[in-house]
Design a protein around this ligand. Structure first.
Ligand SMILES: C[S@@+](CC[C@H](N)C(=O)[O-])C[C@H]1O[C@@H](n2cnc3c(N)ncnc32)[C@H](O)[C@@H]1O
Length: 239
């Protein structure tokens, strides 16, 4: 499995799965992925007027969960570098009347087209793991965040319990690629998913990386036996 995370390959992979992306997420998370995104929004304790940036927004699932809480003039911009994912996000925004609060833009998370300190909150769900250079991505998120701004990242992770890890690996690295193959009729995307999780940093390592990029008060909220984690942090008041 090639895990060089070449941006062209990553974009190709997500354009290929865009038509089934939401359904596959529902299936593989046992219908829980929406609740994980809602948990991110709960933990952010939004006042409702914030300007939010959702990085690697894909089909907009976290973007819309955020938009539901922005009732006092707030707004959320979703960015992604895969056009096919954004087409779905825009279509959903139109269908659900989110166009006033949400906007979507084709952009690279490693070179964000926004000035320093443009947003009160920066989020991403299942995005950083897919970046060719996660550190540069985190540094960009830090740059566009206002002083005292909030950062939240939802990611897949590995369970710490050895017994559960064994069981989980069987499902995630064994069964899941097989189901993906049956549905998509090709191996790549759902072989990449478990491989990208095994090769990504563990919770402690990723928390340390977030801290190295300047964020402070890094917290980790572990969900579903550690298979999913929410990382929260803030930008210092003067930075
Ligand atoms: C697993 S999807 C996550 C989508 C969405 N956030 C969600 O909650 O379902 C990862 C997304 O990251 C995007 N992505 C990967 N590298 C990127 C980059 N350098 N810049 C912008 N988007 C990127 C992909 O196009 C894909 O849509």
């Amino acid at each position: 499995m090639d895990l060089s995370k070449d941006p062209e390959q990553i974009r190709g992979l997500f354009s290929c799965i865009a038509p089934v992306y939401d359904q596959m997420n529902r299936l593989f998370s046992w219908g829980l992925d929406g609740s994980w995104r809602r948990r991110v929004v709960d933990l952010l304790e939004l006042a409702g007027h914030e300007e939010v940036l959702d990085i690697c927004c894909g089909t907009g699932e976290l973007t819309f969960a955020l938009a539901k809480r922005l009732n006092k003039g707030g707004s959320v911009v979703g960015i992604d570098f895969t056009r096919e994912m954004l087409v779905r996000a825009k279509e959903k925004a139109r269908r659900n009347n989110y166009q006033k609060i949400c906007s979507f833009r084709l952009a690279d998370a490693l070179n964000l087209p926004f000035a320093n300190g443009s947003f009160d909150v920066v989020t991403n769900a299942f995005g950083v793991r897919n970046l060719s250079d996660p550190k540069t991505g985190l540094q960009e998120m830090y740059r566009v965040l206002r002083p005292k701004g909030k950062f939240a990242c939802l990611e897949l992770s590995q369970p710490e319990n050895r017994w559960f890890l064994g069981l989980y690996r069987r499902y995630f690295a064994g069964l899941l690629p097989l189901i993906g193959y049956v549905i998509l009729k090709q191996r790549g995307p759902y072989d990449y998913l478990p491989a990208s999780v095994w090769n990504f940093q563990n919770k402690a390592g990723f928390s340390a990386l977030i801290g190295q990029c300047g964020f402070q008060n890094v917290q980790v909220h572990s969900l579903w036996g550690g298979t999913v984690a929410i990382f929260l942090a803030g930008k210092p008041g003067s930075g």
